[in-house]
Design a binder for this molecule. Structure first.
Ligand SMILES: C[S@@+](CC[C@H](N)C(=O)[O-])C[C@H]1O[C@@H](n2cnc3c(N)ncnc32)[C@H](O)[C@@H]1O
Length: 330
């Protein structure tokens, strides 16, 4: 069966749209929009602004971004792109397009359906290695050199439809907390659950760094396919030796984990709070991400059997490291 992703285009002319920041927040929060491209310029225009910085780094300096913004603002006509894929993508994109119609006055907007196969060719040039620290790096699979596959500091990801590439702040924050845990010499033995695994980037990092068994779980079969592909890329024929990949509804409720990642939107985190807290082993860690600054309190109130160890932030996103509280679980 042919697979698709959807882009909602919003015309964003010279003087801009006043409430664009709010629209972008609503897109991610309420409609599960995965990517937003704010400055839609022809690639050659971007490259001419970036000059030699094009494609050499994922950290584009502030002054270069300012320059891109300036060039963009001089354009008579520009567009913001909202990209949707995965479960119910068409429905979410359509509803978001309707929402835009209600909150934006007089600016053109429309949806386009794109073929899944076009994804990699179009987006490939944007993926470069990501370094969380010298001990934890994420490379796109096309950078893989045979001899590096056993390097304990590198994992490889085929971004596929982008089910978690490390570029998104929420994934980056999970990897950062995990890397810090390793540096704090926390002894994490037992098993790990990568809940909402997407590409598998988080669980694959755990296998690479700790070698403990990981359960990958998602609701989206396409994400699970991409996850299995990535596990195989990283560990070849040893791929599923001690790990498992399980659809959410088949998860074993009685099993306990020493480390759980849950990088999902707030609504899902609230729906899954009993399962996630029940699944945590004594002195285990839960890393929660996918939440915005003003959602932290609600999460902490609902995850009331756990205590906050630390909070990490990147732009408007927050991630929490939580642990079972002996005080609250007497
Ligand atoms: C933001 S992505 C995170 C992907 C990856 N773990 C990362 O950190 O980059 C959230 C993932 O959670 C999955 N998901 C949504 N609801 C879920 C649920 N109730 N149970 C398990 N997975 C869920 C989605 O399909 C998606 O793959």
């Amino acid at each position: 069966m042919e697979k698709y992703f959807y882009i909602v285009f919003l015309e964003n002319p010279k003087n801009g749209i006043d409430n664009l920041a709010e629209i972008m927040e609503v897109a991610s929060r309420d409609y599960g929009c995965h990517d937003i491209e704010e400055y839609v310029m022809e690639q050659r225009e971007v490259d001419s602004v970036l000059g030699e910085k094009a494609l050499v780094s994922d950290e584009i300096p502030e002054e270069v971004l300012d320059k891109i913004e300036k060039v963009w603002k001089q354009k008579e006509k520009a567009e913001t792109k909202f990209i949707f894929y995965g479960k119910n993508a068409e429905d979410r994109a359509e509803k978001f397009n309707e929402y835009i119609g209600q909150v934006v006055n007089g600016f053109n907007h429309h949806i386009e359906q794109k073929k899944w196969e076009d994804w990699n060719t179009k987006w490939r040039r944007y993926y470069s290695p990501i370094e969380i620290s010298p001990e934890l790096k994420v490379y796109p699979v096309w950078d893989m050199k045979e001899k590096e596959t056993e390097d304990q500091n590198i994992i490889y990801i085929n971004p596929g439809m982008g089910f978690g590439t490390g570029y998104h702040e929420t994934t980056w924050l999970c990897l950062k907390i995990f890397d810090d845990l390793l540096k704090g010499h926390d002894d994490i033995s037992g098993e790990c659950l990568d809940f909402g695994c997407g590409s598998g980037i988080l669980g694959i990092s755990v296998i690479r760094k700790l070698g403990i068994p990981v359960t990958f779980c998602d609701v989206d079969v396409d994400a699970m396919d991409n996850c299995l592909e990535n596990i195989t890329i990283n560990f070849k024929n040893k791929a599923m030796d001690q790990h498992s990949l399980i659809i959410r509804k088949r998860m074993n409720k009685a099993k306990k984990y020493k480390l759980i990642f849950a990088n999902i939107l707030q609504d899902v985190l609230l729906d899954e709070k009993v399962f996630l807290q029940d699944s945590l082993d004594s002195d285990g860690y839960l890393i929660i991400s996918g939440i915005l600054e003003d959602q932290c309190d609600t999460i902490l109130k609902n995850y009331n059997r756990l205590e906050l160890v630390k909070e990490e932030k990147r732009n408007e996103w927050r991630a929490l490291l939580l642990r079972l509280s002996p005080r609250k679980n007497k």
